[in-house]
Design a protein around this ligand. Sequence first.
Ligand SMILES: [Zn+2]
Length: 437
Amino acid sequence: MEGNIEMLNNSIVTLNIGGTIFKCYAKTLTAFPDSKLAHLNFQCDFYDSKQKEYFFDRDPVLFSYILDSFRKGAIHLPNDVCGTTFKEELEFWEISPRYVAPCCWGALYRSEGDKATMNALIQRFQQNPNTLLMQEKKLGIRSKLWLFFDEPVSSRPALVWSVFISCVIVMSTVVDFLSTMETFQEDVSEAHSRLFSEFADTVDLENTTLARFVTRIPQKFPMVTNVVCHTILTLELVVSFIICENKKVFGTCVFRHIATFGYLSYWISFTICSNLIYLDSMYAIIACTMFNYLSIFKCARLFYLTRSVPAFRIMRLTFESSKQELKILIFLLGILVCVFGYVMFAAEFTQNAKITNAFKAVYWALITLTTVGYGDVVPNTAAVHVIAGACAVCGVLVLALPVGIIVSKFYKFYDYYDLAMRHSETFVKPLISQKAK
Ligand SMILES: [Zn+2]
């Protein structure tokens, strides 16, 4: 304490910070008792006895904020300074960040959030084996072919191919839809109709998909187009599986599994349909119809084409990093659906013909809370009309809060992706050097 004698009176202390002179009362420096400035004395290394001042080789601009904090008793930092830099300054002066005023927490911690966002983006890039492959200078023929099939952004031909595959998928889907229209259907052949008439009695031919299937089938044009489309898609899948050097990479994409399931369903359906006369069974028709519908899963192929589109990639990253918000959303929605559904059921089940059980009421609550409101189930009593209003308002609020957070995260990731792309010198090169290790 004897060394600190200067601090105990009202004498003026001279501080030389990187060439700029600051002067203050000695007692001002005791505002934060744990700090370096509170323990200054003539014996310390920083004291220059000739100039009668304390010298520190620090930034004077930032120090002016530090010194001001001693005068005010709370730390306020400039909004345009990187929080990480200011934290380093606080560490040097041994001032606890707990003295930072709440109005400046944002400025202090924003840079940490930014760093986390950037790390998440960089990791996302590192996780993509195709990005690493594209950065290699000498590529084997297999790798080149793999990039051609799997990475639309790798080259112009790859982009053209991916557009072609997208068109094939869209065309086969449109053809699927067209074949449900009567214009593109024809009556079943005589051999088929004899087969169908045998079990027509066992099938409810009134208003069922099965009934339409047994009386009318798609014309030759949609059938042939679909076979051609699916042959191209299946061949593409098989070839890309054969040329893929790392089969693990091939298996990691869940959309590819779904698409494979779609192609497989189509071929099973096709095989059964072509052999219906020999199979001679109602179950064959049911299986054929069912697998035909399941073949719509081939559209998942479109999803793994969009993987290389930055917006989709960032969307996925946003959902992955918003697990907490999504959990809150589902949890809150679940509670409200149960509460409002149960209230609706309790109030109306004797008076409302549409609400035959609690699940119907829960369904009504879900449709109202999500602001869809089909209007197929509506409240009858005045009291439940009020509850329905409250339910709709709660829905808007509950959806808006977590969705807002998720959307702002998406914007943040998108902004940073843009910055990272511009800053690609430091963004891509570390990836290569890390791979070389
Ligand atoms: Zn402040």
